[in-house]
Ligand binder design. Sequence first.
Ligand SMILES: [Zn+2]
Length: 456
Amino acid sequence: MAQKKKRSPRPGEAEAAPPTKRTCGTMDVHYRLLRTIPEYADARAASENQAQRAAVSPAIGRTGCTRIPVVVHVVYKTAVQNISVAQIQSQIAVLNKDFRRKNADIGTVPAPFAPATADARIEFKLAATDPAGNPTTGITRTATATTAFSDDDRVKSAATGGANAWPSDRYLNIWVCPLAGGLLGYAQFPGGPAATDGVVIRHSAFGTSGTATAPFHLGRTATHEIGHWLNLRHIWGDDGTGCAGSDLVADTPNQGGPNYGVPAFPKVSCGNAPNGDMFMDFMDYVDDRAMTMFTAGQVTRMQATLDGLRSSIGATVSCGPVIKKHEPDTIKKLEPDHIKKFEPDTIKKLEPEIKKHEPDAIKKHEPDVKKHEPDIPPIGKHEPEIPTGPGGHIPTGPGGQRQYETSGNEEGFANEQRKEERLQRIEAALAQLTHFIQQSQRPDVSKAPLRKEKRK
Ligand SMILES: [Zn+2]
């Protein structure tokens, strides 16, 4: 049980030389919170239920991408530890690659595991507005008398030599500081106290420049810890080196203990031959250059968290050009939702008829939409939460556009306009078809399933 043998660093212990072997304090923190905060166990149970529901029925997760505002609290004793803006930005850049499956080394995933890799659809941005509503760089700097912190959360409070958290329902708090005992970082799982919510990263394992030191100089410690913050467990299941533990994700192989360094593929344990451990997953303990992927199951779990205990954080944004791959799905999801809202009765009767009488009209129309609208942010499961006014109408903003929360308002409105235009075209086509169908009534079509042909 490698991770349990490690000695907990003591507060005030001198910052040692940068570690050469990964150690994460998240499970120690988890067990401490279970012992000391009764509500935490209940919140964890609720979070796990949400995750398991999502695993069975992934459709309940958010669609589109979520952009999360980040505040980086730099807590330093020496000038070197007061890391540069460039080092902080280099970390944000890594997160925006790793959580979007845009990291250049994704291609190194061994072929048998490549199909499991997935885009987590999460982006990060240094906060532009502080909790009081004032402009900010998204960075706070605090001088401390503490030589090195441990995983006891003292870095998260001004009263104990650290920096207070910003409201964790709106910001991801990242504390960057000297850590003792070879600790690279730790996270708090969803469901813990707001005042200590976030992740802590050793400055020498943060970002890709400045004080970042090999083999933890590629920003992957933050990727790993934010994975925990979004409810991911260690891939080996935190049962030491046994085969009974689980990371509660279906598409990761059962694995003995943590892997370290840069393992050679395949590395077999727990009867998982021929492909062995998925040691290149961000939630193992390998060196930065050896970890490159999240799986689809892990993404579902993270998205369930954004749908559950962390539902208040972040704004839904366009996933950008990468979404092209998923466009057919986007279109499928978009149309029934809107159709249901605007024309529930008409459409049920209308659509089966459309296929029978006017296949060409539909075919012509939809490819057009795809061609002209490559960057529409997917609309999905947030929609039922949009407040509706009398008569079920969705509130509109200036110019009649539907109102959405996005971080880039102009981009958001442009997208909304394009969506509105597309919907108008669809609705115009449907109106024509309504007329056509009214002239050739068929009594049995109302029982036909809605757009059955487009669903799997
Ligand atoms: Zn960890």
